[in-house]
Design a protein around this ligand. Structure first.
Ligand code: FAD
Length: 401
């Protein structure tokens, strides 16, 4: 019998690792604590709104090459729509509109070079330290920092922001092109990945939590699995789930993202003509529309997440109702607080992100928090899953193509 690859965690990292395993011809078993796949990137039918909503609006860009090639490999790419690479913004305080376009970031050359991390950025520098005195700080660099790193610029790593901005802003139109999941995130990743893995004969186990790593075994809350000498395992779990299993792991702080999904009486176009709109000068940071559902995203939202769902909905609706020319009364709404959405990308945390190798010879790590040129994102998660699968099955050439 061929050796088995056990993947624990069916978020994007685990799904990508499992796909790598089956593509290498291994017997793969995927074990997930939740009743469904997708982890922090999933959609579900909200009874209150009677609509499919995402746990949080996710932006995928052309620069996210691993994520797009994974979506293509599982067929989920069919559920992604490319849109024009143009990012309209509205200043809620002044009413001013502008659009960030490829090659036109709407900032001066010197501050753009600084934001790109050029000519050099120390690993200790924060975004505020590097860009805090620039003209476009409030209207461009702060919003981009919070959206990309989910961390306020006062605490965020300037070097990591620079790396991402170089990939996206210097990559031309194709790198900046946004992709929208019109039918929800799960239609792009979780559902087609599950179907593909099942087609390859992978075993999918839901509602099963890993509680201990034995000398040569994985102990779940319902069963212990003994591993043969050629079997391998990948933990594709967030750091707070790995910590009790591998006690040597350093501590990682995380940051919240809050989303409010409002169901309107009818679909409403956003100013700027795109399915999303950047907001500055208020609490809401991004507006996005999907048919008659308008969603507001707030990143770096630890303080907002402390407030009640009713308060959050009231604050955000008061800001966006005038933009949508909608009545002041709050429509049906679902507020989702993801308190541990990503790592807090401070310079210290970024320096501490580990690689996939562990002290256990048959065990590797995957997840968006692995060392990466990207912050905790779909791209980082999927790339880490592939990297761990390559190591576990001993195939450097493994890809999704
Ligand atoms: C609100 C929100 C908005 C976001 N926006 C964006 C965006 O715009 N663009 C972007 O690229 N990224 C975005 N992200 C980040 C992105 O969703 C994550 O980086 C990615 O989904 C992480 O995937 P993962 O597989 O590493 O981890 P996870 O998705 O956390 O997967 C880990 C899985 O392990 C399971 N698990 C945990 N413990 C155990 C255990 N003991 N045993 C078995 N299973 C276990 C969990 O249930 C989960 O399914 C956003 C995240 C959130 C929450």
């Amino acid at each position: 019998m061929s050796p088995a690859l056990h993947v624990v965690g069916a978020g994007l990292a685990g799904l990508a690792a499992a796909l790598g395993g089956v593509k290498a011809g291994w017997r793969v078993a995927l074990h997930e604590a939740a009743p469904q796949a997708g982890g922090r990137c999933r959609s579900f039918r909200c009874q209150r709104l009677d609509r499919v909503v995402d746990n949080g609006t996710h932006l995928l860009l052309g620069a996210n090459r691993h994520a797009l090639s994974f979506a293509a490999a599982i067929g989920g790419i069919e559920a992604l729509a490319p849109v024009e690479p143009a990012f309209p913004f509205l200043d809620l305080a002044s009413g001013r509109h502008w659009t960030v376009l490829p090659g036109r970031p709407s900032a001066g050359a010197v501050e753009t070079l600084l934001a790109l991390g050029l000519p050099w950025t120390s690993t200790c520098q924060t975004v505020d330290h590097r860009l805090g005195r620039t003209r476009s700080y409030r209207t461009l660099w702060r919003p981009l920092c919070e959206a990309i790193l989910n961390t306020p610029p006062e605490r965020a790593s300037a070097r990591l922001l620079g790396t991402v901005l170089r990939e996206v802003l210097l990559g031309g139109k194709s790198a900046m092109r946004p992709y929208v999941a019109a039918g929800g995130l799960s239609a792009v990743f979780a559902a087609p990945a599950e179907a593909t893995l099942a087609t390859f004969g992978a075993e999918l186990n839901f509602g099963r939590r890993l509680v201990k790593i034995g000398r040569q075994s994985l102990e779940f809350d319902d069963e212990a699995i003994a591993l043969g000498s050629r079997d391998r395992a990948i933990l594709a779990l967030p750091p707070w789930s790995v910590a009790p299993l591998l006690p040597d792991l350093p501590a990682f702080s995380s940051a919240a993202i809050v989303n409010a999904h409002f169901r309107l009486d009818q679909p409403v176009p956003l100013p700027g003509g795109q399915p999303f709109l950047g907001l500055v000068g208020g609490t809401g940071q991004w507006l996005s529309v999907r048919d008659d559902v308008v969603s507001v995203t707030v990143s770096a939202a630890d303080r907002l997440a402390e407030r009640s769902a009713e308060e959050v909905a009231g604050i955000l609706w008061a800001e966006i109702a005038p933009i949508l020319r909608a009545p002041a009364r709050v429509p049906p709404v679902r507020v989702i607080k993801e308190r541990r959405a990503t790592l807090a990308h401070t310079p210290e945390v970024v320096r501490r992100r580990p690689g996939p190798v562990t002290n256990v010879p048959w065990l590797w790590l995957a997840g968006d928090w692995m060392a990466s040129p990207w912050p905790c994102t779909m791209e980082a998660a999927i790339a880490s899953g592939l990297a761990a699968a390559r190591l576990a099955v001993g195939r450097d050439d493994l890809s999704f193509a």
